[in-house]
Ligand binder design. Structure first.
Ligand code: GTP
Length: 417
């Protein structure tokens, strides 16, 4: 797609004020403040076979030709392929809120006879971004952490109409534990609406069959109807069927739109009836930006970090290595501290449980005692009542009690002796 210097973080910055509505200025205030304080960086990556329109979609996403102009291309000219992993950033501003949006373009694969391990450089790139974050976390001054981790990975699927290819399965399986995977069906303009619907279902079934985790749009219980409807609508579009274009074309009714012109009509990128591009952009920069960042930090990065530290545990036995690498020592101390805390918590839980059990047993016992006392009192009262009845009858009939009869009655009713 373009030949620019290797991805380095020193990618050109295009400062640009978006004219269209993006929406991150409307993030809930609290989340928003947090993001602004942290610097508000968001990085997306595009991955997929060669020629599926990854670079074009990036341009479409930024609503500009961030890449050096490819036009005018002579009609016969091929669009140059992306040769190395490269990233491109833009500071987008809306209502005074600034967002540093970076998209990482990866070279398409599938061109070679042997495509084994073509996922490797991409996974390495993702991990090196984790590495750099970890290194910053370990610095004494942790104020200015630059977060270049990949928060979302758009995986491009060829619009074959069949199932996923083995290479797609392999790629996704390599990626899904390291990034938020968002599958997209590339060049959706080459399929009919019915074909898109069928293909989506098949892709989802394949993804489930191969136990591939894709990003799940979370919904919250306390959300209002509008937010829930939006979340459901977005979730229902996955895998997004996208069309990319960085050219304006004229529609039959005279509008200038971003789209692709065919003899039978114009496919409009920004028309939700034509493709899911709008929904995809909405998901990335509006609805789920914070969730994507959070899941990257709390789950994907955390798992990677734990695994990395565990694997370093073998080396840690060498005290020499520890001496020369304070970062590892600090990490080790942190892990030990966390383990200690976890142990303390477990112990406290156990003691607490024991106490609760004891208390429950005591309560049960006094309940039983109360019950027995209640029964006794009831019986005694009943006996008293019968005695009185008997007395009454005798007095009424004018006959005094004979001593033996009295004992007899006592023996019959005095249960407790
Ligand atoms: P690599 O750099 O090889 O990985 O390719 P890429 O995935 O970046 O593809 P690129 O954006 O360079 O586009 C390849 C060709 O597909 C170009 O001729 C584009 O004009 C065309 N193309 C891009 N997006 C679409 C689309 O949505 N629909 C159709 N029909 N063609 C597209």
């Amino acid at each position: 797609s373009l030949s620019q210097p290797q991805d380095s973080g020193s990618a050109p910055i295009i400062r640009k004020k978006l004219n269209g509505y993006v929406g991150f200025a409307n993030l809930p205030n609290q989340v928003h403040r947090k993001s602004v304080r942290k610097g508000f960086q968001f990085t997306a990556m595009v991955v997929g076979e060669s020629g599926l329109g990854k670079s074009t979609l990036i341009n479409t996403l930024f609503n500009t030709r961030l890449y050096p102009p490819k036009e005018p291309l002579p009609p016969s000219a091929e669009r140059p392929q992306t040769a190395a992993i490269e990233s491109i950033s833009a500071d987008i501003e809306e209502n005074g809120v600034r967002l540093r949006l970076t998209v990482v373009d990866t070279p398409g694969f599938g061109d070679f006879v042997n495509n084994d391990e073509s996922w490797k450089p991409i996974v390495e790139n993702i991990e090196s971004r984790f590495d750099s974050y970890l290194e910053q976390e370990n610095r004494v001054n942790r104020q200015k952490i630059v977060d270049n981790r990949v928060h979302a990975c758009l995986y491009f699927i060829q619009p074959t109409g069949h199932s996923l290819k083995p290479i797609d399965v392999e790629f996704m399986r390599q990626l899904h534990t390291k990034v938020n995977l968002i599958p997209v069906i590339a060049k959706a303009d080459t399929l009919t609406d019915e074909e898109v619907a069928e293909f989506k279902a098949r892709v989802l079934a394949d993804i489930a069959h191969h136990n591939i985790h894709i990003f799940q749009a979370p919904t919250y219980e306390n959300e209002d109807d509008e937010a829930l409807a939006e979340a459901e609508e977005i979730a229902g579009k996955i895998p997004f069927a996208v069309v990319g274009s960085d050219r304006l074309v004229s529609t039959p009714d005279g509008r200038q739109v971003r789209g692709r012109a065919y003899p039978w009509g114009v496919v409009e990128v920004d028309n939700e009836d034509h493709c899911d591009f709008v929904k995809l952009r909405q998901m990335l920069v509006r609805t789920y930006m914070e969730e994507l960042r959070e899941h990257t930090n709390d789950t994907l990065y955390e798992n990677w970090r734990t695994e990395k530290l565990l694997s370093m545990g073998v080396i840690q036995d060498s005290s020499v290595f520890k001496e020369i690498n304070p970062a590892i020592r600090i990490q080790e101390e942190r892990v030990m501290h966390e383990a200690k805390l976890a142990k303390m918590e477990a112990e406290m839980k156990m003691v607490f449980q024991q106490k609760v059990q004891e208390k429950e047993a005591k309560l049960k016992q006094s309940e039983e005692e109360l019950y027995a006392r209640h029964r006794e009192m009831k019986e005694a009262l009943e006996k008293q009542r019968l005695d009185l009845d008997d007395k009454k009858r005798r007095i009424e009939s004018g006959r005094p009690l004979t001593p033996e009869k009295q004992t007899q009655k006592k023996g019959r009713f005095n249960i407790r002796g």
